[in-house]
Write a protein that binds this ligand. Structure first.
Ligand SMILES: Cc1cc2nc3c(=O)[nH]c(=O)nc-3n(C[C@H](O)[C@H](O)[C@H](O)COP(=O)(O)OP(=O)(O)OC[C@H]3O[C@@H](n4cnc5c(N)ncnc54)[C@H](O)[C@@H]3O)c2cc1C
Length: 490
């Protein structure tokens, strides 16, 4: 395999480009790397895990690879679709009209169309009308800033009425947010409804169409890696960053550089973009700015314990089954009702059982067998005809920091792009405002962080003075002793 050419290449015409480290090789990090390389920077991606991907990592399920966590693309994901087109993946996009189910009062109900809602027996006609109208109203609120100040539960109860709240929303919030539902703002539901509503096709049934890339996010990352390599970027995995700080330049103490170190090595760059969750940023960013550190600690993240099943039979026709009863998992995502089973999953049915939970949930320490032992009775209650012989394999994945919860006044605690460390910028999921966790918004946040960096640190140094906003050193790269870290062959 070919090694990616990088900073070592003294013959490169890019030898006087500013060198930027992108820390974190998840989706946001790779989009940042692409944007910075396109703007003429010399970029090194530093990822702690043995492979790229983060929350969008591809997983070896045995007979096939697919995303470790379930992902879909919405027709309204314009920024993401634009990126996929840029990567030449538009012709690999597949769209499916998906269905939604509800498990309520011990029974499974379809809930895809208005007709399904009309048939749902646990709400009165007035409740249904109110649910429809209130959903429409909520999805069409243009500016959700005001909703950030209103508690989620109170707003939902007021808007939808007590019975709809009790029958539908309260159990869903309990599943999705756990104890954090009491602290979440109305912007959570607004953002979710707006995103979901945006996928509805015009027409009488207004059916949802969801998309995916053939090969899953593994295919997207392969293309991102290829583009980064073509543009001369360097990707290094297995490098866990412990410290990021500003240091005087070796060449002119009037300027600063960014010193980055792992347990094994020290590196110098002209700038850096951190794409890590807040807790990981706090652990490595060296700053005496206590107020900034306190702000980083404020967003509360939900963790995730996700059981994944490879089945020999279909569970239901639903892509998502919402569960409105006490249940150890948040919902059922039957991926193969979205993706083509023959083409993507070697004929197996792929099912995710996610449990969003607090990061100190004792279940994080339970064995895979114990997690499955806890989940399986409820799954069998919902699908009593599921037999052991239908289960080809099962997996359990755990992540302690997945989703920052939009609490009251969240935009006041969301971390800004600029950090107190000169030349160091932040692009992470805690910056999502009034939206759900998704790669469309992360594409835009990555772009925004890069644009801010570009305003402060010129891409090519020759003849360009640094701005007053930053003292990042205009790179004297050719002579730097730190450059030319070995790259991962890809
Ligand atoms: C269950 C689930 C379902 C989802 N469904 C959808 C969906 O349907 N559609 C959609 O668009 N989005 C979806 N998402 C969201 C999507 O996965 C995220 O938007 C995306 O993965 C965020 O990427 P990121 O790069 O910001 O963060 P991460 O993926 O968390 O990347 C951060 C990276 O930093 C690395 N790192 C951490 N510490 C260090 C360190 N000290 N040094 C070096 N590297 C470090 C980590 O290993 C990781 O690779 C879903 C997410 C989950 C969990």
């Amino acid at each position: 395999m070919e090694r990616i050419s990088i900073a070592n290449d003294k013959t490169s015409t890019a030898h006087d480009a500013s060198r930027i480290a992108v820390i974190g090789g998840g989706f946001t990090g790779m989009v940042c790397a692409l944007r910075l390389l396109q703007a003429g920077y010399r970029v090194t991606v530093l990822e702690s895990q043995p492979s790229l991907g983060g929350l969008t990592a591809s997983q070896n399920f045995g007979p096939f690879f697919w995303d470790r966590f379930y992902h879909c693309i919405l027709t309204s994901d314009q920024a993401l679709l634009g990126l996929l087109a840029e990567l030449g993946l538009s012709d690999q996009l597949c769209w499916t009209a998906t269905e939604v189910g509800f498990f309520s009062h011990g029974r499974l109900y379809p809930m895809t169309s208005p007709r399904d809602l009309l048939r749902f027996p646990h709400l009165s006609p007035i409740d249904k009308l109110r649910l429809g109208l209130a959903t429409l109203y909520a999805a069409h609120i243009r500016n959700g800033d005001r909703l950030e100040e209103i508690p989620l539960e109170a707003w939902t109860r007021r808007l939808f009425g007590a019975r709809v709240y009790r029958e539908m929303w309260e159990p869903l919030f309990r599943c999705k947010l756990g104890e954090m539902r009491h602290q979440a703002s109305a912007a959570f539901l607004w953002g979710t409804l707006r995103r979901l509503y945006s996928t509805r096709e015009k027409g009488p049934e207004k059916q949802e169409k969801l998309g995916y890339v053939h090969g899953g996010y593994g295919a997207v990352f392969a293309r991102l890696q290829q583009r980064v390599a073509e543009l001369g970027g360097c990707i290094r995995t297995g490098v866990s960053i412990r410290s990021v700080r500003s240091v005087p330049s070796d060449f002119d103490p009037a300027y600063s550089q960014v010193a980055i170190s792992s347990a094994e090595e020290a590196m110098r760059f002209d700038g850096a973009v951190l794409t890590l969750p807040n807790r990981a940023v706090s652990a490595c960013l060296e700053t005496g700015n206590a107020a900034y550190m306190e702000r980083l600690a404020e967003p509360r993240y939900l963790g995730l314990i996700c059981c994944v099943l490879l089945l020999r039979r279909r569970l239901s026709p639903f892509y998502v089954t919402n569960i409105t009863e006490q249940c150890p998992f948040t919902g059922i995502i039957e991926m193969t009702n979205l993706i083509d089973r023959q083409r993507e999953t070697a004929g197996f049915h792929l099912v995710y059982l996610p449990r969003y939970t607090m990061s100190d949930d004792p279940l994080f320490n339970a064995s895979d067998a114990d997690v499955w032992g806890y989940f399986s009775p409820q799954l069998r209650r919902i699908h009593p005809d599921l037999k052991d012989e239908h289960i080809e394999a099962q997996f359990v994945f755990r992540e302690r920091a997945v989703q920052p919860v939009p609490t009251l006044g969240y935009s006041r605690i969301a971390p800004p792009v600029a950090t107190p460390v000169p030349g160091v910028y932040l692009a992470n999921t805690a910056q999502i405002l009034n939206n759900t966790l998704n790669n469309n918004v992360m594409t835009m946040l990555a772009q925004a962080a890069c644009e801010q960096l570009m305003r402060d640190i010129p891409p090519v140094v020759a003849g360009i003075a640094p701005t007053a906003a930053t003292t990042s050193f205009p790179a004297l790269h050719a002579a730097l002793p730190h450059e030319g870290v070995p790259c991962l062959p890809i």
